[in-house]
Design a protein around this ligand. Structure first.
Ligand SMILES: [Zn+2]
Length: 184
């Protein structure tokens, strides 16, 4: 990071269990070490494991503010110089302009989320976020069928909702060949 006062958008995407939240926490902790004021957000309905914290599947955790929507993130960012946003796919297309507002205000924004839903369709904020990003990290998981590079999240439980919060057992990382798009 050359100059922490210059706004910047960093995007970390990949399937379930590819280490996205771990990478977000690593970046936030590094920023805190450099005395930057950091703040993390996550969607309110993500109540896995703990409220008001980002928690990795491995048990790492960092404090987070629950946000109802993208506007909530902008409203509650205060004087944070580094803003982390976990589970970005839940915030929908409005997230892209919210990130632009923060970047224009000199904030370093680190966005983490799934690019693809259980059907293999792209989640709305990502095409636009990809175009606006200063840095893009695409993490891959290990395909649970063939051991190849997983870019998809295979839903293992029946659920008709596009957005369903899942933990271990609910989703599996799959490569493009082993992924079977959910028809629900
Ligand atoms: Zn595979």
């Amino acid at each position: 990071m050359s100059n922490p006062s210059i706004g910047r958008l960093e995007l970390i995407c990949g399937p379930m269990f590819s280490g996205k939240t771990t990478e977000l926490i690593r970046r936030l902790e590094a920023a805190q070490f450099m005395q930057s004021v950091t703040l993390s957000f996550k969607p309110t309905f993500d109540t896995r494991y703990a409220d008001q914290e980002l928690v990795t599947h491995g048990g790492q955790r960092i404090r987070a503010v629950a946000a109802k929507n993208a506007a909530d993130i902008v409203r509650n960012s205060g004087d944070a110089k580094v803003v982390g946003i976990d589970e970005a796919h839940f915030f929908g297309s409005e997230l892209s302009s919210a990130c632009s507002t923060l970047v224009a205000a000199g904030v370093r924004v680190i966005v983490v989320g799934l690019e693809f839903d259980h059907r293999g369709d792209v989640f709305e904020p990502f095409p636009s976020l990809l175009m606006r990003s200063d840095e893009i990290i695409r993490l891959v998981g290990v395909c649970t069928v063939c051991g190849g590079e997983a870019i998809h999240s295979q839903r293992m439980i029946p659920n008709t909702q596009r957005i369903a919060v899942g933990g271990i057992g609910d989703y599996e990382p799959r490569c493009g060949e082993c992924f079977k798009p959910s028809r629900l």
